[in-house]
Design a protein around this ligand. Structure first.
Ligand code: ADP
Ligand code: MG
Length: 286
């Protein structure tokens, strides 16, 4: 019977690390026309490392120490990388208070009596002058690094660059989706230059510089049905808005709860496997 075929497909999926929350979700996955991917932690490993630190009128270690203090209150993958770099340099990181995340823009906190921020360059530029850092930021971004600016309320104090690598199977999985007639789009809050450099080996459309609300809007505008694949807290609204929300393994609880399906193993190929599982099951029933 129909329910039996679906039930057995769902449990076959689970054995392979493809968690599908019910028959309706399984059916929907096979008819998806566009897959929208988050970048950090979805197409990339989500474990960036700090590749460069530059101080403006302060030593690099001071930039790292203060940036790590600001980031210690953030759950963003970039924050974890900055804190790890400070620890690796055996710096003593001061306590920050009043940490405030600005999704898609950066994070601020009070450190040693000063309000400091670590911000995306585009956001920092609306608050403090970036002259002197511009050329550096541009060159880093063109090489696929994400640059963030440490600043206070009036000036830039330094620059940090971070790099996150594509998952091993990202290119082959995106190519497999396209071979199945499914479009692929990258939706990211990271800047255009970095996103294009990182995504260069992938055959997909890049939409960069997006705030969480922009991602949400685009999910509603792409040729549907749309599947959204993401892992972060910021992605939960987009996962909910998509016809099919797919949470990537190791993601946040919020993403897992919101999603229609979850990839328990952190492999992009899991999305392709879900499409095959759905089409095979529905083909058998019809
Ligand atoms: P993504 O779409 O890659 O998941 P986000 O929307 O989470 O990206 O973040 C977009 C950009 O905002 C980052 O590339 C970074 O420049 C900045 N940003 C966000 N959170 C932080 C943070 N905690 N520390 C530094 N920069 C941040
Ligand atoms: Mg993210």
């Amino acid at each position: 019977s129909v329910p039996a075929a679906v039930t057995s497909a769902v449990s076959a999926g689970t054995r392979r690390g493809l968690l599908v929350k019910g028959g309706a979700a399984l059916e929907a996955i096979g008819s998806v026309r566009t897959v929208a991917f988050d970048k950090t932690g979805t197409l990339t490993a989500g474990t960036p490392t700090v590749t460069r630190v530059r101080g403006l009128e302060m030593p690099e270690t001071e930039v790292l120490r203060l940036a790590a203090a600001v980031e210690s209150g953030s759950s963003h993958p970039l924050a974890a990388a900055v804190v790890a770099a400070a620890r690796a340099a055996t710096l003593t990181v001061p306590t920050a208070t009043d940490a405030r995340a600005l999704p898609g823009r950066g994070v601020s906190a009070t450190v040693e009596g000063r309000v400091l921020s670590v911000s995306a360059p585009a956001h920092a530029a609306t608050l403090v002058p970036l002259a002197g850092l511009d050329a550096d930021i541009r060159a880093l971004e063109e090489h696929g690094h994400t640059a963030v600016v440490l600043h206070d309320e009036t000036r830039a104090l330094g620059l940090l660059a971070l790099r996150d690598e594509l998952r091993d199977d990202a290119a082959s999985a995106v190519a497999a989706l396209r071979a199945l007639g499914i479009g692929a789009v990258l939706l990211t809050g990271d800047n255009e230059r970095t996103a294009r450099a990182v995504a260069a080996p992938l055959t997909l459309d890049v939409r960069a510089g997006l705030l969480p609300e922009d991602k949400l809007r685009l999910v509603g505008e792409l040729p549907g049905p749309v599947a959204m694949v993401g892992d972060g807290i910021n992605d939960a609204p987009a996962l909910a808005r998509a016809d099919v929300g797919i949470a990537m393994g190791g993601g946040t609880d919020v993403a897992l709860e919101t999603a229609d399906a979850a990839l328990l193993r952190p492999r992009v190929q899991g999305v392709v496997d879900l499409v095959h599982l759905s089409r095979a099951t529905m083909g058998n029933i019809r």
